[in-house]
Write a protein that binds this ligand. Sequence first.
Ligand SMILES: [Zn+2]
Length: 235
Amino acid sequence: MGDFASLNLGGHVGDDPHAVESNRTLVADAFGVGRDRLLFMNQRHGSNVVVVDGPWQGEPPEADALVTTSTDCALVVLVADCTPVLLVDQIAGVAAAVHAGRPGLMSGIVGRAIDAMTDLGARSISAAVGPSVCGRCYEVPEAMRAEAARVSPAAAAVSWQGTPAIDVAAGVVEQLRARSVAVQWIAGCSRESEELFSYRRRHRTGRCAGVVRLLDPHQEHDAHPEEEHQIRGQV
Ligand SMILES: [Zn+2]
């Protein structure tokens, strides 16, 4: 409720742990996996990629990208302004969830995730890039914008006030396209939209999630060719 209304999926943000756990169980059910196979990561704004094919033994590892070839696992990235990226090669049977904030843009976390997927046989990858804080709402010092622009020219932006800013999602999309990934960019700014959790708008807040699960090619499925969904903050 309140700062966490509704469907907060982030632990360690001040919400009732039981409410978070019950939300996580709802998501696991929605994706048809056991709760222990709805896999979160300990996101650090680092560049660590972890390949996983079953429940964590103990605490989730420190990582900003998870990669799987298992059809029994759903991978989760939590965000409240950062860019959630879901990657899938349904033919090769490889999926990934990536947490891309400004440090992830700079360190090339999506490229590392693509490398890990390629090592597992991925050849034709599609991406869903979820809503995050937009370039106009992410004011930074000029030097920081220049640094980001060197890594990804599309990341250079101008704020609502006309000052230097960074568009992390635009930079991430540019990095994905440079690797021949087909990108679906879901519009929306977490800071401007009341429907999304935003740390910049309200520091005490919940977390939205991007969740991806591979379909089992041996099972019959309904309309969607690949099971890839965005779970928004308000549903
Ligand atoms: Zn915005």
